[in-house]
Structures are given as C-alpha cells and as structure tokens.
Design a protein around this ligand. Structure first.
Ligand code: SF4
Length: 278
C-alpha cells in the first residue's frame, strides 16, 4: 500500500531496494512517517490496482523480524535528534501488509518499539481490507485498534459498485464479501477510509459509480458502532506519482476530486472530515 512522497530523509523507492524501514514525508500523515515494509523481496498483494506505484521487482532479501526490530529502533533514535517529529509509523510497503506471514509478530514488535522510542507517534496500518476475511487477522486488528496499541486502520475503499471495484482493484476477492467484513470492522473499531480517484483506460468514474460510493461511505459512517469505533474520516487522493501501468491509470483534475469530496461531506455532515490529497 502506497502513501509516500520523496523527501529530504529518503525516497520511497528505497522500498524496492529491499529495506524494511524507510522514513519519508507523507502527504496523508502531514509530516514525517516511518514506513514498515514487510516485503523486501517482491510485491505481494491481493489487489492489482492499475495505479499502484510499486514497480515489479525481485530481490534476494528475505524478511527478518529481528532485523526489522533493530532497524526500526535505530531509525527512531536517529530521527529523535532531527528537526521533525515522527508523526506515525506506518505499515505500507510493497503490497498488502496483512498478507505477510509474520504480520502479527511485526505489528506487536512495532507497537512495543513505538512505545519505547516514539510514544507520540501513531501506529498506522494502510490496508486494502482483504485480510479481514481471515478471522485471525480480523481479531488482531480489532484488538489493536481498540486496545493500548491505538492502531489506526486506513482502509482502502476505491469503489461503490462491483464494476468499478473490478476495474480499480482487479482482485479475485468478491466485492460483497469484502464489504461485509468492512461493515463488521467499522462496527467494532475506528477506521479511516481511503479512496483513490483516477481515470482507468481514459474513463472517469460514472455518475452512477460516484453516487454509489457516496451512498456506501455514508452507510458505513451511519452503522451502529461500539463506543470509539466507526468511520473517523475519509481521505480522497489523486494519482500523483508514476505507476508501472501508466498511462492505463491517469490523474483526474483537482476540481473533480474536490467536487466528489464536497458531495460526500454534504452527505456525512461536518462530524466526519473528508480530506483531499491531490
Ligand atoms: S492495494 Fe493496490 S495500490 Fe496498494 S499495494 Fe496492492 S496493488 Fe498496490
């Protein structure tokens, strides 16, 4: 999952060079974010988004939990002496983090090291949500989001219809099965929705798709959620960086993104912020 911009510390392309920990300045974190990459050797994802920024690669670099812990601690200590506070530690990297065999252990270790070295930093999982179909992963995320780890779940929701989902995410995971699990999570944990808006094969989302997405996000926000759970915000973002399949996915104009955000904000009311990242 990708959320990064080149910055003075390092560039996000370091993910494909096999690193496990990569500090970047992030648009959506609004500052310094420390990325955790669980796939140093190749991209692993249950989606195949045409706008994905992770370029195909293959490296001889296996993930090691002890290495992650050492690198994360060293990075946080180094950044402590710097000019910018670490705003978050974010599981993103070369694919869907929840698919990593050691995801559970990595999340636990990262929360522990965050508490020791950068207690003010948020712990963020950027996910496409397909891990929620596993009961074990669902329970892990729910517990970490509601517990002292304060895991912030940033969940991809690119479409309101199955048709646009098929074009944007090209996943074998059925849209309705995914939505059922997302509804279940939203009832039990705080969630931030993230939506990419772009053209696919020259086509913008249809008016029907736009209306369906607004209705779906509004439905999720209106679910009867446990205290502290529910939709906390919606982030809309545009295609800002190259993707391996350019020009299949093309950027839409900022006005389009703002109009879609405004339509959703009107539907949601002011209590839930809708932000745009062009
Ligand atoms: S969810 Fe989509 S954008 Fe994110 S890593 Fe997978 S293919 Fe790329």
């Amino acid at each position: 999952m990708c959320d990064v911009q080149p910055g003075p510390v390092e560039n996000h392309r370091s993910r494909e060079s096999g690193v496990l920990v990569y500090p970047v300045f992030s648009r959506r974190s609004k500052g310094l974010s420390v990325g955790i990459n669980l796939f140093p050797d190749r991209k692993v994802c249950s989606f195949d988004c045409p706008y994905c920024e992770v370029f195909p690669f293959q490296r001889d670099a296996a993930f090691r939990l002890d290495l992650l812990e050492t690198e994360l601690r060293a990075t946080l200590r180094r950044l402590k002496a710097g000019e910018f506070p670490v705003r978050d530690i974010s599981f993103s990297g070369n694919g869907e983090p929840s698919l990593a065999p050691q995801f559970h252990e990595a999340l636990e270790a990262t929360a522990r090291i965050r508490d020791q070295e950068a207690s003010g930093a948020a712990l963020v999982l950027i996910t496409n949500g397909t891990g929620l179909l596993s009961d074990q992963t669902f329970d892990l995320l729910r517990r970490f989001a509601a517990g002292p780890e304060r895991l912030s779940i940033w969940l991809k929701l690119d479409a309101g219809t199955g048709d646009w989902y098929a074009r944007m995410n090209r996943s074998p995971v059925p849209f309705n099965a995914l939505l059922d699990r997302i509804r279940e999570l939203v009832r039990r944990a705080p969630v931030i929705l993230q939506t990419m808006l772009c053209r696919i094969n020259g086509e913008a989302p249809s008016a029907e798709e736009a209306a369906a997405w607004t209705a779906l996000a509004t439905e999720l926000a209106g679910l009867n959620a446990a205290p502290g759970a529910g939709i906390q915000g919606v982030q809309i973002y545009g295609k800002a960086r190259p993707a391996p399949e350019d020009p299949l996915a093309e950027a839409l104009g900022p006005d389009y993104l703002e109009d879609r955000a405004q339509a959703l904000q009107n539907a949601l009311g002011r209590a839930i912020p809708v932000e745009v990242f062009v």
